[in-house]
Design a protein around this ligand. Structure first.
Ligand SMILES: [Cu+2]
Length: 154
């Protein structure tokens, strides 16, 4: 049993070194962090040619990165970690629209507007093979809506 497990781990390591060419990521972005903020969300539009699942993410600027969903519970918006996000064949999945985001936690440095933050996603194909997908997220200025609320201060 131990031997079988060992083999599968090695096999997985081998395939994850390949980068998926049939997964396209566009419009990846995050927001600049406010002082003291140590987490951030990344949104992106992901299209996989073949049916696949996004199973994990690792971001350079964060100690921990997770796949999250957002659900309304009464008046509260709650975030939950999910195991996977489905990527149907040929369909562009807008994470934000679908109620998901990539969650960066334990930020190693603030996210500054105009810069970029890099993540690497692991996408698992229907055949069980994993491949890495690069995400380069543009960092947008802090929420326009928040600034609009403070217009009278200017
Ligand atoms: Cu989250």
């Amino acid at each position: 049993m131990k031997r079988i497990l060992m083999t599968s781990v090695l096999a997985m390591t081998a395939v994850t070194s390949a980068y998926a060419s049939d997964v396209n990521v566009k419009d990846a972005w995050s927001r600049a962090t406010a002082p003291g903020q140590d987490s951030a969300m990344v949104q992106a539009v992901i299209t996989s040619k073949k049916a696949a699942k996004l199973v994990s993410v690792a971001c350079k600027d964060a100690a921990t990165s997770e796949l999250h969903s957002m659900v309304m519970e009464g008046d509260l918006m709650k975030m939950r970690q999910v195991d996977a996000i489905e990527l149907p064949a040929g369909k562009a999945v807008d994470l934000g629209e679908a109620g998901y985001h990539l969650m960066l936690m334990g930020l190693k440095k603030p996210l500054e507007a105009g810069k970029k933050t890099n993540c690497e996603m692991i996408v698992r194909g229907a055949d069980g093979k994993d491949s890495k997908v690069q995400v380069i997220a543009k960092i947008k200025p802090l929420a326009e809506s928040a600034q609009a609320e403070h217009h009278h201060h200017h």
